[in-house]
Design a protein around this ligand. Structure first.
Ligand SMILES: [Fe+2]
Length: 306
């Protein structure tokens, strides 16, 4: 079966502190709070869609569901049959659930780690255009979807097989290396559209979600977001740097739920007709250092005076 999954349409997070998340998403990231669509979920926008990030209040502070868009009601039926034929249970979401997500209809199944995979069609647009108050050039979404995420896999092989066989993802590449402190990195990157990866799979993570990534169309907007993170006392765990595989320039900061948000610019895209998966031996070409790791010396060989 060819891929009927178009893109990652939305993230659904369960968070303890809705107010802190509102400040984080609107004042630091530059997302816009959307109009409430239904009971129990607070929508945020990164483009003209009514909801790209959905929050529900609760103790998990983790990823709850991923919304994958298919092009039509007919495609939703087809993918439902395909998921069942693969031996996975799948249930129809209620009308209230669809309304709260700003979609016409959805079905729900679960990836091997237990995160809900919500396949949907018919995303609603917001009643007003997305305001680019702080992200002047906007976020990169469209055919590439809302962004990407790094997901915990108990078995990378099993979870990779699920996304490949059930949702028609393809292999982008791997990063395998050992960082200082004998920290082993083994990450598998998968794509479902031209975005270099929509899902990265790693093991040994404390939560389902290591980070989610939002891509901006301008490097200046990423720099401005980094300034807003520092100005709002959001902890930046990795300053600007470039990844070798997707070639994005990004930084990472900590969300109010403890998992991280990566903000980036300049990702390459995948053309399946020519793409050759490879394995990289480094996480970054440059940068991605902790800005707090080395306190500046008062007197240096560069001649600074105390
Ligand atoms: Fe990432």
């Amino acid at each position: 079966m060819g891929s009927v999954v178009h893109s990652l349409g939305y993230f659904l997070f369960e968070v303890s502190h809705l107010d802190a998340w509102d400040r984080f998403l609107t004042k630091v990231i530059g997302a816009q709070r959307g109009e409430a669509l239904g009971e129990g979920l607070v929508p945020y926008r990164t483009d003209d869609r009514a909801a790209r990030i959905l929050l529900r209040q609760g103790p998990a502070d983790d990823l709850v569901a991923l919304g994958f868009e298919v092009p039509s009601e007919q495609a939703l039926h087809e993918v439902t049959v395909h998921v069942r034929e693969g031996g996975h249970s799948i249930d129809v979401g209620s009308a209230d659930e669809a309304k709260a997500r700003g979609v016409k209809g959805l079905v729900r199944t679960f990836e091997p780690g237990g995160v809900a995979v919500e396949l949907f069609y018919g995303p609603a647009l917001g009643t007003t255009p997305f305001r680019r108050d702080s992200v002047a050039a906007g976020f990169v979404t469209g055919e590439q979807g809302v962004g990407h995420l790094a997901l915990r896999a108990n078995s990378i092989a099993e979870t990779r097989a699920y996304f490949e066989q059930v949702l028609s993802f393809g292999l982008s590449d791997h990063i395998r290396c050992t960082l200082p402190g004998d920290f082993k990195v083994d990450v598998t990157f998968l794509h479902v559209n031209p975005r270099h990866h929509t899902i990265a799979l790693g093991s040994g993570l404390p939560k389902h979600l290591h980070h989610f990534m939002l891509q901006m169309a301008s490097l200046d907007d990423v720099g401005a977001a980094l300034d807003r993170a520092f100005a709002n006392d959001v902890r930046v765990v990795q300053g600007l740097g470039r990844h070798p595989n997707d070639q994005m320039v990004t930084f990472y900061c900590v969300t109010p739920s403890g998992f991280e948000c990566e903000v980036g610019w300049g990702g390459r895209t995948v053309d399946d007709s020519t793409w050759q998966p490879t394995t990289y031996n480094r996480v970054s070409d440059w940068g991605h250092q902790s800005p707090y790791r080395r306190p500046p010396k008062r007197r240096t060989e560069m001649g600074e005076q105390p």
